[in-house]
Design a binder for this molecule. Structure first.
Ligand code: SAH
Ligand code: SF4
Ligand code: F3S
Length: 487
């Protein structure tokens, strides 16, 4: 019996002749059962199953939320589909970290409106980070009145209840919370992959980097209890998961606000003990909070992957300070040195922003210098996007587009050259890969992920998905390898 089967039993046991329970998650079980009846009736009317298209537009945390939302949709009776055209319900879980994320949502809403004109029964639901912004809600109420339901990041556990309200009403339902300290466990989850899973260990962020909207849309930092996290992982492993990714905006400050405080490193030690679990990843580490204890635990672990995502954002001390990152270039570089000395085979990746207010080309040179010194295995480079309400949005000296472009292009070239050089170093080596999926271009190949997060393509059968195999990295193609399985 899997996790969802256990929950299904609890849902089945609800008595709809009684009023809904006050306690969570029982209250949501009740509403799931209630929604089921509505969906079933509709489906009988139409003589076909009802389809739902659930789209995640954001980061890993957003993706995990989408798995929970899809879990509820499935329990309620929807069949999931990838295509909006076939859907009776479309759910967008939005991101607002950069403005282009928002623009994408508005674009797609225009398209959904045309679908809804053809199929008036289509239900359109928006949730996630972008919905936590008052200006967005205003705009949707004004210009996108065909949307049926909107909720935010703090009340996703209430999805079943909101669905019920939506079915029972014709007008747009908007339910946005500003904050919550509630963490509701034990809701259904529809996992995207059978063999790997993300797990929230904490929610929210307290860092307030001056460019970033996440603390405003995700609220204050809250950690889950270690026993809840361990129990969830144990159950995932029973369900066949071999790799987990512990998720939080800043995992290094995990556990500080718990009644019985515990460090992230200590949590990792406990996770390592779970039998049957093969690989552990985590995201994201803020450099200012990365402890010696964590480096030690990573060094001594057999399960923690040889990959650390350590966002630097910028290389100039002046810009780092204006960003409120709370480390200097030298501090960052010496931290990297310490990590590389302790764990020589570690792959380090990063996030970089170009064009923060006041950033000059010599500042970008400082960033390039960091890239050269650290030798990142990969780096995600972003053009600064002004987020209303953040301190950086009202800073003077917003950088002209051409200057940003010039710095960005120069940086990107160094990032790519460095990554290629790093990748080439492993050509010819044999490394362990987790077989993840059929290669998109060539179905005779499978794609595997190395501990260092690089991908390798090799001949194998689909039945190998979810297994760990040793692969010879025969040829490096810049950002991935081709190879073959060795015994
Ligand atoms: N909590 C994570 C990152 C979350 S957002 C961390 O601190 O590392 C992911 C990345 O988006 C950030 O690392 C940053 O590089 C980028 N980002 C955040 N706000 C941005 C903005 N306003 N403009 C451009 N990039 C931004
Ligand atoms: Fe944003 Fe900084 Fe928090 Fe990351 S640590 S989510 S960049 S405020
Ligand atoms: Fe993630 Fe985007 Fe929200 S990066 S936390 S989905 S704003």
């Amino acid at each position: 019996m899997g996790y969802n089967d256990d929950i299904k039993m609890l849902i089945d046991a609800q008595d709809l002749t009684l009023p809904p329970p006050e306690r969570e998650p029982q209250r949501q079980y009740y509403f799931i059962k209630k929604c089921r009846e509505i969906v079933k009736k509709k489906s009988e009317e139409l003589g076909r199953p009802l389809y739902a298209c659930s789209v995640c537009m954001g980061c890993q945390m957003n993706a995990r939320d989408s798995e929970k939302l899809s879990g509820i949709l499935v329990q309620v009776g929807y069949t999931l589909t990838e295509s909006e055209e076939d859907a009776d319900l479309v759910l967008y879980n939005t991101c607002t970290v950069r403005d282009n994320a928002n623009q994408r949502v508005y674009g797609r809403l225009g398209y959904l409106n045309s679908l809804k004109k053809k199929n008036p029964h289509l239900r359109i639901i928006l949730c996630g980070c972008m919905m936590q912004e008052a200006s967005v809600i205003e705009k949707i109420r004004r210009s996108y009145r065909f949307v049926d339901l909107i909720f935010g990041t703090h009340n996703i556990f209430k999805f079943a209840q909101l669905l019920c309200t939506m079915y029972e009403n014709q007008e747009m339902i908007v339910d946005i919370w500003q904050e919550t300290d509630q963490i509701v466990e034990e809701l259904p989850v529809q996992r995207k992959y059978a063999y790997k899973s993300g797990i929230n260990i904490m929610f929210g962020c307290n860092n307030f980097c001056s460019y970033c909207i996440v603390p405003y849309v995700r609220g204050r930092e809250r950690s889950r209890e270690p026993k809840e996290i361990l129990r969830e992982i144990e159950r995932l492993v029973e369900d066949g998961v071999v790799e987990i990714m512990l998720l939080g905006q800043n995992v290094n400050s995990y556990g500080k606000n718990l009644e019985e405080p515990i460090t992230f490193a200590a949590l990792l030690r406990e996770v390592e003990k779970i039998e049957g679990l093969k690989r552990i990843r985590f995201m994201t580490s803020h450099p200012k909070d990365l402890s010696d204890e964590l480096i030690e635990v990573m060094r001594d672990s057999r399960k923690i992957c040889r990959h650390l995502h350590l966002p630097v954002q910028a290389g100039s001390d002046r810009i780092l300070q204006a960003m409120n990152r709370r480390y200097t270039k030298e501090q960052y570089l010496s931290l990297v040195q310490k990590i590389k000395t302790a764990i020589p085979d570690i792959a380090i990746t990063t996030d970089i922003i170009v064009g923060f207010p006041g950033e000059t080309l010599p500042d970008v040179e400082e960033t390039i210098d960091v890239v050269k010194k650290v030798q990142y295995d990969n780096a995600f480079t972003f053009i600064y996007s002004k987020r209303t309400g953040t301190p950086a949005a009202s800073m003077e000296d917003q950088v002209p587009e051409e200057v940003v472009r010039e710095g960005f292009d120069k940086l990107l070239k160094v990032v790519q050259d460095t990554a290629r050089e790093r990748a080439a170093l492993l050509q010819g080596k044999v490394m362990e890969a987790l077989v993840e999926e059929v290669n998109e271009q060539d179905p005779s190949l499978m794609t595997g992920r190395l501990s260092n997060n690089m991908l390798v393509h090799f001949p194998a059968s689909e039945s190998m998905i979810g297994k760990l195999v040793n692969v010879s990295l025969d040829t490096c193609h810049g950002f991935y390898y081709t190879g073959h399985i060795v015994d």
